[in-house]
Write a protein that binds this ligand. Sequence first.
Ligand code: OAD
Length: 248
Amino acid sequence: MDSTRFQRAAEILRAAQRIAVLTGAGISAESGVPTFRGEDGLWRQFRAEDLATPEAFARDPKTVWEWYDWRRGIIGKVNPNPGHMVLAQWEKKLSGFKLITQNVDGLHARAGSTKILELHGNIWKTRCTKEETVAENLEVPLKQIPPACPACGALLRPHIVWFGESLDPDILRRAIGASSLCDVMLVVGTSAFVQPAASLPLRASAAGAKIIEINPDPTPLTHYADVSLHGKAGEILPRIDQILSLPS
Ligand code: OAD
């Protein structure tokens, strides 16, 4: 790819006081986590309405949990890739750095990112359907499906935002704040179909931020991007990092 695009991306990042990053399933693809809408995407093999809605869970919690248990099995075996690693480094080295993710796989945290706005929840957390208590659960496979709350015995659900549900208002407020205030938003590996996440870069752009997109394929956001880098996040992010050559 044209190296001037990489130079341009690095220049924009270097000049920025506040950087926001929005990631999607594509950043974890090179780790071996299936995306949702790609060729082998989960929503090509499974019906979201049977597995990722509150109605599906109310109807058949066992089937829903079996699917999440299977996904936890895949995610539990993989590792963060160089794309996650670069973003974790940038949190330490770049000023005003905010990471917003749609991913529930926890790979950003495993790479070392510490301040992550998880818009859609986390597959390693459960929530009590009665008391709403959120707890970490790293069991693979789960000993009991569906799992029960250790405190009150009620059914536990995955701590994930399903279709038809609202995002955590505090997390959404902070994500909107970061998007509205940044000088540059880096959008990595999202098809930009799911709202409200997909509108965050538009908000950033409307407020005057530059948009850099990293994705092998064009998306509805490509048109708004100041720099489009077509390719894999695990290759492109390290290349930008190399150009930036930030002090360690
Ligand atoms: P999608 O599966 O919709 O999109 C993944 C994007 O990643 C596509 O645009 C791919 O072109 C791109 N991609 C693939 N490999 C890549 C790579 N190596 N580097 C960079 N990009 C790559 O996933 P999301 O946009 O994240 O919701 O989907 C949004 C939400 O829809 C998810 O959070 C999920 C789903 O329903 C929940 O889990 C609640």
